[in-house]
Design a protein around this ligand. Sequence first.
Ligand SMILES: CC(C)(COP(=O)(O)OP(=O)(O)OC[C@H]1O[C@@H](n2cnc3c(N)ncnc32)[C@H](O)[C@@H]1OP(=O)(O)O)[C@@H](O)C(=O)NCCC(=O)NCCS
Length: 333
Amino acid sequence: MSMSKVVFAPFDGSRDGEVRRLFMEYPHKDFQLKSMKVSKESMADYLETTLQSAGRQTICIRANGKLVGLIALQYLPWMSEHFGLKMYAVPHLLAGYEGPLVRARLLRYVIEELQEVDFLDCRIAVDDVYAAQALEVAGFRYVGTEAYLGQELGRDEPFDPPADIEIAECIRSDRKQVLEIVESTHLHNRFACDPLIRTDLARSLYRKLVDNCFDQPQFTTLVARCRGAVQGFIISKTNETFCQLVGMKTGSLDFIGVRPGNRNRGLGASLNRAALHRMAQQGVKYVGVRTFANNYPALRITFKTGFAVTSTSLHFHRWIKRPKIEGPYPLLG
Ligand SMILES: CC(C)(COP(=O)(O)OP(=O)(O)OC[C@H]1O[C@@H](n2cnc3c(N)ncnc32)[C@H](O)[C@@H]1OP(=O)(O)O)[C@@H](O)C(=O)NCCC(=O)NCCS
């Protein structure tokens, strides 16, 4: 039996330049990059700079000295505070294309060795079969499929809300109503699909996320008012760090909601158009949006306002139950 010498170590930029090869070989976002007109080289540059950013831990695996895989974890402070656990996203799970083993080893390493990790939140491209198999091996739970859509902003299209609707920037006195809408509309999210998450906590998480957007300069909130009452809202964002690195101003539509009694009369599409109009005025050249792949009304309004699907991801959760150690630890040595 031949055994390879496997070594796990935190990413070190001065030693692990080979990670670039893993980014360059990753094929699953090629169409998305093409539609954004961002070269793979600039994307690899950007990703390399994020590996040691705040709140991120990156672990590399070497087999017989050669770097063969990488896992990155991003601490999720909001979710951690909300659920009272140390929660992390997995922005990268990369390895070669010989099978799922290297990815499974990276996941097991994190689950078994990193005591501070209670929960992992992992998105992978639908066609990244080896990543899906590795997640199954490591006991992850499937919680939904997300579509990523994008469009280049060309002309600044005018928008035309229904006659009784005014779309305007959210003012302080609108916030309470926006938060009410969030609680009554954001019911079908990935947390609601995870049986280990309490429904009331999943709902209030979205309320908290939206509340947090109001006072941050990168977010813009627009509301649709009908006779003074808020009937819907949309929140968009510009991403300055990414913009600087790829040399193009990009943005995203992050949250949208319309009161159930006012749906299917064009408010959602009008809010999308108003947000796109605002972003075009801010100089944004490319806008992305993400939604559950079975959220047909949300998909419909994105198609109607110029978006096309650029990639699709499977979403997984992993809760790590650690054995409780009672009493004081025995002293070693
Ligand atoms: C998504 C949402 C904002 C759309 O708002 P809306 O005001 O109803 O949007 P519009 O009236 O502009 O358009 C809705 C479209 O979806 C279509 N639609 C509604 N239900 C549908 C279904 N089950 N399957 C397919 N299409 C559907 C409508 O027919 C309409 O299309 P049309 O104008 O071509 O007929 C609203 O449904 C909502 O608040 N959902 C809950 C929150 C959410 O899911 N947000 C997105 C994720 S952040």
